[in-house]
Ligand binder design. Structure first.
Ligand SMILES: Cc1ncc(COP(=O)(O)O)c(C=O)c1O
Length: 444
């Protein structure tokens, strides 16, 4: 059957009549696609669109689908919860069940508070940090994304390398229109993966920094691991300056390791935030951390409300999902990591064989292919937003992924994002993706 997107095109025309640009988040629309592919169903690691085309899914709902699509055990758990009632908005046993699982897995999770999205979790985390320390400022790193609330909407997006300025004094570029004046006035910007720069930044704002928030592995500019010792240095500097360390594990939690990056790298934040994989496809997020810090939420002292907090449906699925991840000595997590590494090696080989200069960077089940700009074939590993903007070629990546679509592989065409394997992927899925990548690269 020839590859066509006729029905997606017709649905896009229809959707544009009522939905803003035909989609529900800009990255799903014309920013990344000529015609967004309208998906209709998924099973395990495969996803099928409205025209009946089947793909190996390497996007996995941006990492939310820890166990792939429609896993029978999660479907059964969901059915149970649907019959019990989806949301009580009262105290319920399942909250303690899931919180206990999280506390067992996640270093430093002495207390857990549930929310719905990563955005809500990071918003609450900085409010807690300000309350506990009595200080106003939050350090945020260039190129890191922590959700779409006002305080973090500065210098998250890649830019023309000519506008990057000095790493010791990074330019503050607003990410959105419509922000109130002063929205990011208390957000201090710092370049990432360089302990000296962070030390200088904390010195300049001595006694005024409530928290440093970081993605422990940068996951919104491809996949960029921390340099050896960097997270440890961040921990030490926060302690020296009396600032809290917030590990934003929205992307990495329950995926890079069942205990997230805090377990993988052995560095524990005062607070950590989770989303995506925690709900295994349902909106569920959590803030975790030291009891004396988290207890600032008690009685609404630090306000965090939510009608939808801790819904029975998402928590029942999360409990089953965490059990699936950890049973048999966390065999599923280990298999996911092995497949991610195999996919990364396979993609690197396929691109090299096609003569496309590219770097493939990954940590366990998350990885990204970074085609290099003309004249940058010798670039080394990408360590931060500056390297990313200087060396990587988003337009070439977009063409590469659009070629993959016709070859039965789905990934986001945005170079900023990354490829993901779930516990549902198999060696056959990886083989198919690598073969398609070789063909796609050959056509570039
Ligand atoms: C590191 C990080 N933090 C927070 C968020 C926000 O999460 P959500 O989209 O669930 O609001 C994201 C989303 O991609 C993220 O990557």
């Amino acid at each position: 059957m020839p590859f066509t997107l006729d029905r997606s095109r017709a649905l896009f025309d229809r959707a544009r009549e009522t939905l803003v640009e035909g989609v529900s988040s800009p990255s799903r629309g014309n920013v990344n696609y000529d015609v967004p592919i309208f998906m209709a169903s998924g099973a395990a690691a495969r996803i099928t669109d409205a025209d009946g085309n089947e793909y190996v899914d390497l996007m996995m709902a941006y990492g939310a689908l820890l166990h792939g699509h429609a896993h029978p055990r999660l479907v059964a758990a969901g059915e149970r919860a649907l019959h019990q009632g989806t949301l009580f908005a009262t105290a319920s046993e399942i909250e303690a069940d899931v919180a206990e699982r999280i506390a067992r897995l996640v270093p430093g999770a002495e207390r857990v508070r549930f929310a719905n999205t990563g955005t809500e979790a990071t918003m609450a985390a900085i409010r807690i940090a300000r309350a506990v320390t009595g200080r106003p400022l939050v350090v945020k790193f260039e190129g890191h994304y922590h959700g779409w609330h006002d305080a973090f909407l500065v210098s998250s997006h890649p830019r023309d390398p000519a506008t990057l300025g000095e790493p010791a004094d990074p330019p503050r570029v607003l990410d959105s229109q419509g922000l109130p004046e002063g929205a990011v006035a208390d957000t201090v910007l710092c370049a990432w993966n360089n302990a000296e720069l962070l030390a200088g930044c904390l010195d300049r704002h001595r006694g005024r920094v409530a928290a440093v928030i970081t993605e422990p592995v940068m996951a919104n500019m491809g996949v960029i691991p921390p340099r050896p010792g960097y997270l440890e240095a961040m921990r030490r500097l926060c302690d020296e300056h009396g600032a809290l360390l917030i590990m934003d594990e929205t992307v990495t939690g329950f995926r890079l390791h069942p205990g997230g990056c805090q377990a993988l790298y052995g560095v524990t934040g005062d607070l950590a935030t989770f989303g995506k994989a925690l709900g295994a496809g349902l909106p569920l997020a959590a803030i975790t951390g030291r009891a004396e810090v988290m207890d600032a939420l008690a009685g609404g002292g630090v306000l965090h409300y939510g009608t939808q907090n801790a819904p029975n449906l998402a928590l029942t699925i999360a409990a089953e999902s965490l059990d699936m991840l950890t049973e048999d000595g966390a065999a599923a997590a280990a298999a996911m990591t092995r497949l991610g590494e195999r996919l990364a090696a396979g993609l690197a080989g396929a691109l090299e064989a096609s003569g496309i200069p590219a770097i493939v960077q990954g940590v366990g089940p998350m990885l990204q292919v970074l085609p290099l700009r003309h004249g940058h074939a010798d670039a080394g590993p990408i360590h931060d937003m500056r390297d990313f903007c200087t060396h990587a070629d988003p337009a070439l990546y977009r063409r590469f992924v659009h070629e993959l679509f016709g070859l039965g592989v789905y990934a986001s065409p945005a170079l900023l994002l990354h490829m993901i394997v779930s516990t549902a992927h198999t060696d056959a899925d990886v083989d198919r993706a690598v073969e398609a990548a070789g063909t796609a690269a050959g056509r570039l």
